[in-house]
Design a protein around this ligand. Structure first.
Ligand code: GAR
Length: 209
């Protein structure tokens, strides 16, 4: 069994897309064994509960420091024997200690075509607001491995989405989720779970297996 730990902060539609793909048999051998939320009011927690998945809230405000919070997260994910950590709309910055604890075993979904509209301060709706302000005609989503540079780790999958005349940030966000995020995130997990990809010299490589 390939065990996934999902980190969430919000609605959890990407978590849902992963759970649905697993239920449909599209990610053989994979199971989401735990969900960690940074917020007690995240709807993602309900989605986990409905699926009978272990779910915990580990929030900054309950810890003296970011290091203590990360220590608790590392401890929980190790206890659950997680093979892969997926950031499914997780809005807390990970510390180097966390990233090192799961080196090349953390992936993130970002709602733009990296390297556009990414890095510190670009998250959620802000990404789409920036894309519309710039007037790009094509945007999309990216799944990448997480390293110490915000949104700067090796890119695994990307999918482009058209911007349409009259789009608001909310409308664009929904289209990017439906056409890109909910497809490439489960697909990325399938590739990792099946051993089809590996990180070599800071880049993602398809294995020959
Ligand atoms: C998604 O659009 C995800 O790409 C984005 O937050 C949203 C979470 O939605 N993540 C980031 O901006 C990370 N920098 P969800 O909770 O419904 O999956």
């Amino acid at each position: 069994m390939f065990k996934i730990g999902a980190l969430v902060s919000g609605g959890g539609t990407n978590l849902q897309a992963i759970l649905d793909a697993i239920d449909r048999g599209e990610i053989p051998g994979a199971q989401v064994v735990t969900v960690i939320s940074s917020r007690a009011d995240a709807y993602a927690l309900e989605r986990a509960k409905k699926h009978g998945i272990d779910a915990v809230v580990l929030s900054k405000k309950d810890f003296a420091s970011a290091d203590d919070l990360m220590e608790a997260m590392i401890g929980h994910l190790r206890k659950m024997e997680v093979d892969l950590v997926v950031l499914a709309g997780f809005m807390t910055v990970l510390t180097p200690a966390f990233i090192q604890a799961f080196a090349n075993r953390i992936i993130n979904i970002h709602p733009s075509l990296i390297p556009s509209f990414c890095g510190d301060g670009f998250y959620g709706l802000k990404v789409h607001e920036a894309a519309l302000a710039k007037g790009v005609k094509v945007t999309g989503a990216t799944v990448h491995f997480v390293n110490e540079e915000t949104d700067g780790g090796p890119i695994l999958l990307q999918k482009a989405v058209q911007v349409q005349e009259g789009d608001t940030a909310e409308v664009l966000q929904k289209r990017v989720m439906e056409e890109a995020e909910w497809k490439i995130f489960p697909e990325a997990i399938r590739l990792i779970c099946s051993g089809a990809v590996e990180v070599v010299d800071g880049r993602v490589r398809r294995t020959t297996r």
